[in-house]
Design a protein around this ligand. Sequence first.
Ligand code: RET
Length: 270
Amino acid sequence: MPPASVPWFSGPSLQASQPAVETALGDPVVSASLWAGVAIMGFTTLLFVFLGRDVEDETVRRIFVATIAIPAISTVSYLGLATGLTVAVVEVGGRRIVTTYGRYITWTFSTPMILLAIGLLAGARGSELFAVVVADVAMCLTGLAAAFTESAVWHRWAWFAVSSVFFGVVLYVLLVSMPVAAASRGGAVEDLFDRLKTLTAVLWVGYPVVWVLGTEGLAVVGLGATSVAYTLLDVGAKAVFGYLLLSNTAAHDRVREVAGPARPAAAVDD
Ligand code: RET
């Protein structure tokens, strides 16, 4: 039942105190995977701030701002999940599903930062960055819709399909369009971009796979395994990705090789 204090609210109940949510968070594997997320992402945020302590170049500084925001947002996200604030139960086709919907909300903010950071490195055009961020936000919000849909199981898959189309656009920009900009920079930038691009594409494909196999999709695996899998993907897609990006850009900062001089078509206008 929706909380009485929110009479207009007819969607899934968002009460952390629901017994099913309490039971889910009482599972030590689920709870450990979420509290580990708070700790790892908190530590990663501090590490990234430390790595950026003497960066001077304006574009590299922008890359740092975007990349530091990734684990910072994620720390808050994990706190919301671990405390049950952003966990809810939905009922569909007679099945009760615990959804950690806070993930999708925070991906809406954190994933654009990842794309901005890698796009700035590549020297992507402003229109390219804009397109990839729009598609990415749409992917996250339609993923949130999939998680909350209770009307029919196939309705959930319909949202999943829409989200996947937006994901296709994101992958296209990352794998086809941005590499052209990165190639024109050549050298260390191109090599670093190529590594980060591959890491990102591989890990990001893991998210919909976990969705399909996990509790919100076919429920082949339980909530504990789903939650651990998302946390591991997050460590790769945020902490490892960010570390590779920042340690390399900070090292090259002094020669302005990484960001390179601004080109007329580049989003970088320092
Ligand atoms: C969902 C389900 C619907 C279909 C698709 C999905 C893709 C999610 C992705 C998430 C990436 C998250 C990252 C988080 C790090 O901060 C929403 C699971 C396609 C690609 C990288």
